[in-house]
Design a protein around this ligand. Structure first.
Ligand code: NAD
Length: 295
C-alpha cells in the first residue's frame, strides 16, 4: 500500500481520498477549510497543517482544486514542489485550463518529478462510489504507475495522450454534454408546443437516433427517468456553475487552438444567461426553463 498526499478535500476530493483510505493506503490530507480537514480525519486521513506537510514522504501526490491558479499556487507558494520526496508522482485531478495543466507538468518536470493530468467525470456520486472515469495525460510510465492507485477511485482509467491530453478530453466531452442537453431541452419544449406527451417523446427518442446521455440519464422533464434531477426540483447533480466553468474553459481552448466551436459558444452564452438569472446552483438540465422563456 502506498503513502499518498491529497490536497483539496472538497465535494470531490473528500470522498476520493476516503476511497484511497478504504483500500488501505496511508493518506495525508490538507484543505484550507478546517471543517473539511476534521471531516477527513474522521474518515481515516492524517490531517496536516499545510500542503508541504501533506506531501512530505508521499509516493503519490493528488490535487483536487477549483482552478489552474490554485494548482500552480499550491505547487509554487504552497511548497509542494520543494517538499515532495524524490520519485513522487504528481497527479492533478482538478478540471483546469490546458495552459495551466501544461505549466504544472513543466514545473513538475523541472523539479524532477513525473506528473499526470487526470481530470474526472462522474460527479460527487461517482467520487463517493469509487466509479469515476479518469482521463489522463502524461507518459506511459506515469500512467502505468498511477493506474492501480486510480482504480481505488474509478472504474474507467483512460490514457488520452501526453501532458494536457486528459484536460483536453474532459473539455471536449463536457462541451458535447452542454450542447446535447440544450438540444434535448429544445426538443421537449417543441414537443410541449405541439401537444406531444413527454413520455411518448422519450419512448421514441430514447430508442431512436436522438438517443444520448442527456436524454436517457438526465432527462430534463419530470417523469420518464425517475432519478433525473428534473424529478427533484432540479437539485444538482451537475450544477450550472460547473457546466459554465467547463464550457468557458472549452471556449478558451478553442480560441487558443483556432478550433471553430459555434455551438459550444452558444451553449456557453445560454448557461451564462441562466446563471445570471439566479440559477447557478441548479442542475444544468434546468436550462429547459430558460428555453421555455421562464427564469
Ligand atoms: P470544491 O470547491 O468542493 O473543493 C475544492 C477544495 O479545494 C475546497 O475545499 C477548497 O477549500 C480547497 N482549496 C482551494 N485552494 C486550496 C489550497 N491552496 N490548499 C488546499 N486546499 C485548497 O470543488 P469540487 O466540487 O470538489 O471540485 C474540485 C475540482 O473537480 C474542480 O476543478 C471541479 O471543476 C472538478 N469537478 C467537479 C465535479 C463535481 O461534480 N463537483 C465533477 C467533475 C470535476
Amino acid at each position: 500500500m502506498a503513502s499518498i498526499g491529497f490536497i483539496g478535500l472538497g465535494h470531490m476530493g473528500g470522498p476520493m481520498a476516503a476511497n484511497l483510505v478504504r483500500v488501505g493506503h496511508s493518506v495525508s490530507g490538507f484543505d484550507l477549510s478546517d471543517d473539511l480537514l476534521r471531516a477527513a480525519a474522521k474518515l481515516g486521513l492524517r490531517a496536516c497543517a499545510n500542503a508541504a506537510e501533506a506531501v512530505k514522504d508521499a509516493e503519490f501526490i493528488f490535487t483536487m482544486l477549483p482552478a489552474g491558479k490554485h494548482l500552480l499556487n499550491v505547487y509554487r507558494e504552497g511548497g509542494v514542489l520543494q517538499a515532495a520526496t524524490p520519485g513522487a508522482l504528481l497527479i492533478d485531478s482538478s478540471t483546469i485550463d490546458i495552459e495551466s495543466a501544461r505549466t504544472a507538468h513543466r514545473l513538475a518536470q523541472e523539479a524532477g518529478f513525473a506528473s499526470l493530468d487526470a481530470p474526472v467525470s462522474g460527479g460527487v456520486g461517482g467520487a463517493a462510489a469509487g466509479t469515476l472515469t479518469f482521463m489522463t495525460g502524461g507518459t506511459i510510465e506515469a500512467f502505468e504507475r498511477a493506474k492501480p492507485v486510480l482504480e481505488a477511485m474509478g472504474k474507467k482509467i483512460i490514457r488520452c495522450g501526453q501532458a494536457g491530453a486528459g484536460q483536453a478530453a474532459k473539455l471536449c466531452n463536457n462541451m458535447i454534454l452542454g450542447i446535447s442537453m440544450i438540444g434535448v431541452c429544445e426538443a421537449f419544449v417543441l414537443g410541449e408546443k405541439l401537444g406531444l406527451d413527454a413520455q411518448a417523446l422519450y419512448d421514441v427518442a430514447s430508442t431512436s437516433s436522438g438517443q444520448c446521455w442527456s436524454l436517457t440519464t438526465y432527462c430534463p422533464v419530470p417523469g420518464p427517468v425517475p432519478a433525473s434531477p428534473a424529478n427533484h426540483q432540479y437539485k444538482p447533480g451537475f450544477g450550472v456553475n460547473l457546466m459554465l466553468k467547463d464550457l468557458t474553459l472549452a471556449q478558451s481552448a478553442a480560441q487558443q487552438s483556432g478550433a471553430a466551436t459555434p455551438l459550444g459558444a452558444q451553449a456557453q452564452q445560454l448557461y451564462s444567461l441562466f446563471a445570471a438569472a439566479g440559477h447557478s446552483g441548479d442542475d444544468f438540465s434546468g436550462i429547459i426553463h430558460l428555453l421555455r422563456g421562464l427564469t
